[in-house]
Design a protein around this ligand. Structure first.
Ligand SMILES: [Zn+2]
Length: 824
C-alpha cells in the first residue's frame, strides 16, 4: 500500500559537537520529543524517525511513546537511509525535519506542504519545496519520494549523501526545486532556534523557561516561539559567575545559587572547581528548586551572548578573558583593580573601598535569616565558630580552644570545611568543643547560637540579622579596617591571644548596632531588571578597545565613560527606557523638567535665538539671504528668529506634531525626519546650506559619527555649524560631578566639554570659531549655597561675574566653520 504523506525525522545519537543532543533533557522532555510533538501536528499518513542501528533501541522507546514508528538504516549515508524507508513504505510526499530542531514552525510546514501538493495537482513540476526566511532551525523540507529515489541513483557526492536535500536542489538541471520566501507570519530570518552547539542548548532552555512560566505547553505555536525569542529574557541570558576558588569561602556561591533560582537564569561552575564544599552546596540548592540545566560548565559564545554577573571577590585577567564574548558585565562586591571592565557595579556588603564608586550600594540584597533570636544575653551557652566556608589563616582550632577554656560550661561548635581528621585528629569532640563539617543552610541555624565567631563577610552580617552576638577575627589589615568601620567587636590580625579575645568579648560592640536596612530585596529579580540594560560604545568612534574606557561616573541606572580615543564623555550603559520624541515630550516632559511647556517658553527661547542668529551673522561676511537648516527645530522658535533676521529658515524634527505646527502656523518649510535620515535635495531642493544649527539636540544622538558626517556633507565650505548643549565643565559638573551625571537627562548620550570640543569637531572638517558659556547659576556655586547669599548681593554679583569670566556656565553654544571637506 502506498503512503501518501510521510513525516520523516532524521536522528542519530552520535553528534560530535553536542553528543546525544536528541535525548538531552529540555524542560522535562527529550529534545527529540519536542520535535515529534510538533511534527505530529502535521496531517500525515505515517510518522517516522529514521536512525541508525546503534541509536535504534534508545530512540524506539521515545517513538512509541509519541506515536511515531522507528526505522533503522545506514549511519552515514543518510540519503540511502531515506531512500530505503521511502521504498519500504512507498511514500509519495516526504516532510523532512531533523531531530535538533525542537521549535519547528508546524503551521509553516503544513502551509508549505499544501503549496507543494497544489503544484503537483495542477501538474506544475515541483520535486522539492521549502520556505526561506524562517528562524534558523524552524523550517522543514517537502519533496517527492520518487524524485529523491531518482536523485540518489544519480549522485555519489559525499555532501549529497550526508544531507538528503542537496541531492535534489544542487542538481537543478534535473529537478525542479522551489525556494519560496515564507509568508510574513513565518518570516524571521534573524532568529535562531536550532540546537547545534552548547550555546544553542542554553537558548532552547531559556525559550522553554520563558514559555513554561506562562503555562504554555509543547508543541509551541509560531507566535509563541517568536514571542519567546524576542523577549528580553531570552535575548539577554544571564550567567552568574561566582568564585569557587579555595580561600574565597562559600559566600559567593551561596549568593549566586540563590540568585540563580530567583532569576531562573544560569550559573557557571567550572568542572575544575577547587572548592570542596561546592558539590554539597549544589545538592542543597537542588532541593530548593535549582534545575540541572541551570548549571553550566562552559560560557555561551557570541551566538547567545550572555550578561555575566560576577561575584568573585577579585576578578583576574583570566576571568576577563573568559568574558570576551559577554554582552555586558555586572559585578557584585568587586574588589579588584579591574572594575572599569564592569558595566554595572553593585555593592551589597559594606566595603572599605569607598574610593571606587559603585552604581548602587544596597544592603537590602543581603539574604536575611528566616529565624531571629529573641533573647540576647552574655552567657554565651551556645557558641559557633565559623570562619567562612574555609579558614585560610587556620584560626578555627586555636580560637575554639581559647573559648573552650573561657566558657567551660558552654557548648562550642566549630565548623571545619574539608578533612576534619587532618585538622583536629580522630577525635571529633575535645572537652566541650564539637567539630563539625559545614552546616547546611547555616543562615537559618544561626539563631540557635548566642555568639558567632567569624571573619568579615556575609556570615557576620547574617549573624547580626539573626540577633546573635558577633566577634570577628581579622585575617588581614583590610578586614581589620572593615570591622572597625562597621562597629564590630574584633580581634586584630595575628593577635589571637586570650587577652585580646577577652577584650573583644567584653566590648559592648559584641552586640553590633549596624545602620542596615532590614528590608529584603531579591538579588535575582534585580539582576533580571539590570540585565536588560543597554551597553553603548563611544558615539563618535564606535570602536571597542581592548582596554575599557575610563569611568567618569556611575549611578543606579547609568554608567558614563570618557573615550580614550576622542575624549568625549558618553553614556556607556543604561537601564532606562528609550524616550519617544512626540507631542508629550515637548509638553509634559518639558514641563516636568523646566516648569513650563515648550510653547509657554516660546518667546523666551526666541529671544535667545535672536542673539544666536546675531553671532552667526557676525561670523559670516556677506549680507545676502542665506539658507539655514535647523535640526530638531521643535515648534520653530529659532526658525522664527532666523526669518526675522533675514535668513531663509528650513526645519526638520522627529515630532510630526511640531513639524506640522511649523508648516501650518509659522509657514516655514519643514520636514519630519530622524536626522541624519533626510534627503535635503528631495525635501527642500537644497544640497548644501549656508548654516546648520542644532539647539539642545546634539546630546540626544546615539550615533554622533553619522550625524556629524551628515552635517558636514550638507554644509557649504565656509558655512557655519552652530549648536548648544549642556557643558561638562560648568559649575554643576565641577562642584559635584556624580550629581551632575545623576540628574543628567536619561536621553543625553554624550556630554560635551568646551576644552575638548574642537578636537572632535576637527575630525569632521569643522574649526571652532567661538564658544559662549551660557546658563550661569550663582546659586549652584558651593560658596553661595553655604552662605545662602541672595540675588543682587555683592557676593552673588561677584560669583556671577566669575562664572562668566571662567566659562563656568552649565550650558554652552559652539560656533564652528566648515574649513575642510572631510572626504578630500
Ligand atoms: Zn571616541
Amino acid at each position: 500500500m502506498k503512503t501518501k504523506r510521510a513525516v520523516i525525522i532524521q536522528c542519530r545519537l552520535s553528534s560530535s559537537r553536542l553528543p546525544q543532543k536528541a535525548i538531552k533533557e529540555l524542560g522535562g522532555k527529550s529534545v527529540l520529543e519536542w520535535v515529534l510533538l510538533s511534527m505530529h501536528k502535521i496531517k500525515a499518513d505515517r510518522y517516522f524517525v529514521a536512525t541508525d542501528e546503534d541509536s535504534y533501541p534508545t530512540l524506539k522507546k521515545i517513538c512509541e511513546k509519541n506515536d511515531f514508528e522507528c526505522f533503522a538504516g545506514d549511519l552515514n549515508n543518510v540519503l540511502k537511509r531515506y531512500c530505503d524507508l521511502i521504498k519500504k513504505i512507498k511514500a509519495e510526499t516526504i516532510i523532512r525535519a531533523t531531530a535538533d530542531n525542537p521549535f519547528l514552525f508546524y503551521e509553516a510546514a503544513e502551509a508549505s506542504l499544501v503549496e507543494f501538493e497544489n503544484r503537483c495537482k495542477s501538474k506544475i513540476p515541483c520535486d522539492y519545496l521549502t520556505y526561506t526566511g524562517l528562524p534558523h532551525g524552524s523550517g522543514v523540507e517537502i519533496f517527492s519520494g520518487k524524485a529523491l529515489l531518482k536523485a540518489a541513483e544519480a549522485t555519489s557526492d559525499p555532501y549529497d549523501l550526508e544531507h538528503v536535500g542537496p541531492a535534489l536542489y544542487n542538481h537543478k538541471d534535473k529537478f525542479t526545486c522551489d525556494f519560496i520566501k515564507a509568508p510574513a507570519r513565518f518570516y524571521y530570518p534573524d532568529l535562531r532556534t536550532t540546537i547545534d552547539t552548547p550555546s544553542d542548548f542554553l537558548r532552547a532552555t531559556s525559550i522553554v523557561n520563558y514559555l513554561s512560566d506562562k503555562n504554555v505547553n509543547a508543541p509551541y505555536s509560531t507566535e509563541q516561539i517568536v514571542e519567546a525569542c524576542s523577549s528580553d529574557y531570552v535575548k539577554n541570558p544571564v550567567v552568574f559567575y561566582p568564585s569557587v576558588k579555595k580561600g574565597h569561602g562559600t559566600g559567593h556561591l551561596h549568593r549566586c545559587l540563590n540568585a540563580t533560582i530567583d532569576s531562573n537564569e544560569f550559573i557557571y561552575i567550572p568542572k575544575t572547581s577547587s572548592l570542596e564544599a561546592s558539590s554539597a552546596l549544589i545538592e542543597e540548592y537542588k532541593q530548593k528548586g535549582l534545575k540541572d540545566v541551570q548549571i553550566i560548565d562552559q560560557l555561551p559564545d557570541e551566538t547567545f551572548s550572555p550578561v555575566i554577573v560576577t561575584d568573585c571577590f577579585e576578578l583576574t585577567p583570566e576571568d576577563l578573558k573568559a568574558f570576551e564574548k559577554a554582552k555586558t558585565i555586572i559585578s557584585i562586591d568587586e574588589g579588584s583593580d579591574f572594575t572599569d571592565y564592569s558595566d554595572y557595579l553593585l555593592d551589597i556588603i559594606p566595603s572599605y573601598k569607598c574610593l571606587r564608586p559603585a552604581n548602587l550600594f544596597d544592603t537590602s540584597f543581603i539574604k536575611k535569616p528566616e529565624n531571629v533570636k529573641t533573647n540576647k544575653n552574655r552567657q554565651f551557652e551556645n557558641i559557633l565558630v565559623c570562619i567562612g566556608g574555609e579558614d585560610p589563616a587556620g584560626l578555627t582550632v586555636p580560637v575554639s580552644a581559647l573559648l573552650g577554656r573561657l566558657y567551660p560550661d558552654s557548648k562550642i561548635t566549630a565548623v571545619i570545611s574539608g578533612d576534619i581528621e587532618k585538622t583536629v585528629g580522630a577525635q571529633k569532640q575535645i572537652d566541650n568543643i564539637h567539630f563539625l563539617p559545614p552546616i547546611q543552610n547555616l543562615k537559618n541555624q544561626l539563631y540557635k547560637y548566642d555568639l558567632v565567631v567569624t571573619h568579615y563577610g556575609l556570615t557576620a552580617f547574617e549573624a547580626f540579622f539573626a540577633g546573635c552576638a558577633v566577634i570577628l577575627l581579622a585575617s588581614s589589615k583590610l578586614h581589620e579596617q572593615l570591622a572597625q568601620k562597621y562597629n564590630f567587636a574584633y580581634v586584630p590580625e595575628n593577635a589571637l591571644t586570650e587577652k585580646k579575645l577577652t577584650e573583644a568579648l567584653m566590648s559592648p560592640k559584641v552586640f553590633p548596632e549596624l545602620p542596615l536596612s532590614i528590608e529584603q530585596k531579591s538579588l535575582g529579580l534585580f539582576i533580571n531588571t539590570i540585565s536588560k540594560g543597554k551597553k553603548m560604545n563611544c558615539p563618535v568612534c564606535h570602536q571597542t578597545n581592548s582596554q575599557p574606557d575610563k569611568i567618569v561616573s556611575r549611578n543606579s541606572t547609568r554608567t558614563y565613560r570618557r573615550c580614550c580615543n576622542c575624549g568625549i564623555v558618553y553614556m556607556s550603559f543604561s537601564t532606562e527606557a528609550d524616550k519617544v520624541y512626540q507631542k508629550a515630550y515637548f509638553f509634559e516632559d518639558y514641563k516636568k523638567q523646566y516648569g513650563k511647556t515648550y510653547q509657554e517658553d516660546f518667546e523666551t527661547i526666541k529671544k535667545q535665538c535672536l542673539k544666536r542668529v546675531a553671532v552667526m551673522n557676525n561670523l559670516q561676511a556677506e549680507n545676502s539671504a542665506k539658507n539655514v537648516l535647523d535640526i530638531g527645530c521643535a515648534y520653530g522658535p529659532f526658525l522664527s528668529a532666523a526669518s526675522d533676521s533675514g535668513l531663509n529658515p528650513f526645519g526638520t524634527d522627529i515630532s510630526e506634531d511640531a513639524v506640522s505646527y511649523v508648516k501650518k502656523e509659522l509657514h516655514f518649510p519643514a520636514s519630519c525626519s530622524a536626522f541624519p535620515e533626510i534627503d535635503t535635495v528631495n525635501e527642500f531642493g537644497i544640497s548644501q546650506f549656508d548654516a546648520v544649527t542644532m539647539w539642545y539636540v546634539i546630546e540626544h544622538f546615539k550615533d554622533l559619527d553619522s550625524v556629524l558626517n551628515k552635517v558636514s556633507s550638507i554644509l557649504k565650505k565656509g558655512g557655519i555649524f552652530a549648536f548648544s548643549t549642556p557643558s561638562g565643565e560648568g559649575i554643576s559638573a565641577k562642584s559635584d560631578s556624580d550629581n551632575f551625571y545623576k540628574i543628567s537627562p536619561t536621553d543625553h548620550f554624550s556630554i560635551w566639554e568646551p576644552s575638548r570640543a574642537w578636537k572632535i569637531l576637527q575630525k569632521y572638517g569643522f574649526t571652532v570659531e567661538k564658544i559662549i558659556s551660557t546658563g550661569h547659576h550663582p546659586e549652584r556655586f558651593p560658596s553661595i549655597k553655604k552662605s545662602n547669599s541672595q540675588p543682587g548681593s555683592l557676593k552673588w554679583r561677584c560669583i556671577d561675574k566669575m562664572s562668566r569670566l571662567k566659562n563656568l556656565g552649565d550650558t554652552m553654544e559652539i560656533y564652528c566653520r566648515k574649513t575642510t571637506d572631510k572626504d578630500l
